[in-house]
Design a protein around this ligand. Structure first.
Ligand SMILES: Nc1ncnc2c1ncn2[C@@H]1O[C@H](COP(=O)(O)OP(=O)(O)OP(=O)(O)O)[C@@H](O)[C@H]1O
Ligand SMILES: [Mg+2]
Length: 271
């Protein structure tokens, strides 16, 4: 197994010194169907620290969504452990909120405001007024105040994803889990949403695990990138991306090439 650590800037020591918020330790994840046993990931380990923009990057079928489901507590590892704040993850909880790729993750019979308020009312002991106040502030952060009373079917794909992000962030989870949240958007909207996510991060410094199979998106969003090999997913390398989104001196292009080579190198080519 290739276990390279590629650094794209000077922050390696700084990152290594921080305490992990989430630890994924030698996690193997399997699906049992009546006819076969599918191993989705094999002994995957990584740590996520406070305020990391941690990207899981790898080809289709390498187990990115499965890993996110396990961190979310929707799936138990066949081997290995997942701990958050030192406690083993065994079920879903409000400390981990998910944002999915699909536009239909909102409740169609509820307005934008009601969608964002829903988990706040369900999971936290808040009054209607308190929940509304928090929901409104996060809807404002994703620039959707004018659509407060709109129903999901009247919104564009990008607007729906903003609502899903506001709903996740309003819960102030320890970690926001995002599974290819911008993959179904057109290229321009996708770029705009990436910029907005980074602005939101500047604002609140939340911790996020972001799944993508776009190398360019991974470089733009992340401070750290875990590269996974094809099915079953194993850790190929970790990239510390200190110069996130820097394109002026061509460093993003160089990093993109390096990541491409790492992702598609055969085991044993680079030790
Ligand atoms: N419910 C399931 N039952 C059986 N096998 C599954 C199930 N869900 C996923 N798998 C298998 O597990 C492996 C990992 O799937 P997963 O969806 O995690 O990949 P992924 O990296 O998210 O891919 P993509 O980039 O296409 O979303 C694949 O081989 C897939 O076929
Ligand atoms: Mg997936």
């Amino acid at each position: 197994m290739l276990q390279a650590t590629v650094t794209a800037g000077p922050s390696l020591v700084e990152t290594a010194a921080r305490q992990p918020l989430l630890s994924v330790d030698k996690v193997t994840l399997r699906y049992k169907t009546p006819s076969l046993l599918v191993t989705a990931t094999e002994a995957v380990s990584f740590d996520v620290c406070q305020s990391d923009r941690f990207v899981l990057l790898g080809p289709s079928g390498c187990g990115k969504s499965t890993l996110l489901k396990a961190v979310g507590g929707y799936m138990k590892p066949a081997a290995g452990t997942i701990t958050i704040n030192g406690r083993q993850v065994s079920k879903p909880g409000p400390d981990r909120m998910m944002v999915f790729q699909e536009f239909d993750q909102l409740m169609p019979w509820k307005t934008v405001l009601q969608n964002v308020m829903f988990p706040l009312l369900a999971a936290r002991k808040l009054s209607q007024k308190e929940a509304e106040e928090i929901a409104r502030s996060y809807i404002e952060k994703v620039k959707l105040t004018r659509a407060l009373d709109s129903f999901p079917h009247t919104l564009s794909g990008g607007m729906k994803q903003r609502v899903a992000i506001a709903r996740g962030m309003a819960m102030q989870p320890d970690i926001l889990l995002m599974d290819e949240p911008f993959a179904a958007l057109d290229a321009l909207t996708r770029r705009q949403m990436q910029d907005e996510l980074l602005q939101l991060w500047e604002d609140t410094k939340f911790t996020v695990i972001f799944v993508t199979h776009s190398i360019a998106e991974a470089i733009k969003i992340s401070n750290r990138i875990l590269l996974l090999s094809p099915h079953p997913g194993r850790v190929k390398a970790e990239v510390i991306n200190a110069d996130a989104a820097s394109t002026e001196d061509g460093s993003a292009a160089a990093l993109e090439k390096e990541i491409h080579n790492l992702l598609f190198s055969e085991p044993g080519h680079r030790e």
